[in-house]
Design a protein around this ligand. Structure first.
Ligand SMILES: Cc1cc2nc3c(=O)[nH]c(=O)nc-3n(C[C@H](O)[C@H](O)[C@H](O)COP(=O)(O)O)c2cc1C
Length: 203
């Protein structure tokens, strides 16, 4: 085994350390967060640190970087109280990656990166038409992680839109069938293969 202790980790060149640490928590879904500001200017950005918080009540969270520079997704979620989470179809992973660029506030990444915004349901935040799995949420809680000033934005799931044929009668979404994109760190993209589905484990 290659062994790295805390001192060796902290003295690695910055980019090498970032690449290493970013990969350690494994594959993530690459998701597009759709928002709007109060004036109706839409925004779209890729996020991979989106976590399941609980099913009852239905909650999902986003780990957001420190807001030390202008951050449109964060500003919009705070001002409108809602956002959408949209899975990325395989053929659009490059477009999705491009949404991470620092576009100015007046530029919609929907337009700049080739996605179609869709307003529907009860929330003003835009969905991504091209996405097979779309979720609409309202902001419930903002928790500051004081270790590094990141934020956990907890959202309450209000609406779910699924393409036909990707959910079974028991409610399982077949993510591999939906060809949803995964990412390691900030730049390495994958798709997933189904392996097995197991019964609830008992001692
Ligand atoms: C694959 C990938 C995953 C990302 N995941 C996150 C994330 O989980 N949290 C975060 O704060 N930024 C993440 N980013 C960075 C944002 O996409 C980036 O800061 C973007 O410019 C934010 O746009 P905004 O200012 O329109 O909100 C990620 C970038 C990439 C390429």
């Amino acid at each position: 085994m290659i062994v790295l202790d805390a001192i060796e980790i902290s003295t690695l060149p910055k980019q090498q350390r970032t690449n290493l640490i970013n990969g350690l928590s494994g594959f993530k879904s690459a998701l597009l967060i759709g928002t709007t500001n109060v004036a109706g200017q839409q925004n779209l950005a890729i996020f991979s640190n989106v976590v399941h918080i609980g099913a009852n009540p239905p909650l999902m969270g986003i780990i957001h970087r420190p807001v030390s520079v202008e951050k449109h997704t964060y500003e919009n979620i705070k001002s409108t109280g809602c956002f959408t989470v949209n899975h990325v179809p395989r053929k659009l992973y490059k477009n999705a990656h491009q949404t991470s660029a620092r576009y100015d506030r007046a530029t919609s990444e929907f337009e700049a990166c080739g996605f179609t915004p869709e307003i529907k349901g009860s929330l003003p935040a835009p969905y991504v038409t091209e996405s097979f799995i779309q979720v609409g949420l309202t902001l419930e809680e903002e928790i500051k992680i004081t270790s590094n000033d990141t934020l956990l934005l907890v959202g309450s799931i209000k609406e779910i839109y699924l393409a036909p044929g990707i959910i079974d009668e028991e409610g399982f979404i077949e993510l591999a069938k939906a060809n949803t994109i995964l990412v390691q760190g900030l730049e390495t993209y994958y798709t997933a293969n189904f392996v097995d589905r197991l019964p609830y484990a008992k001692p």
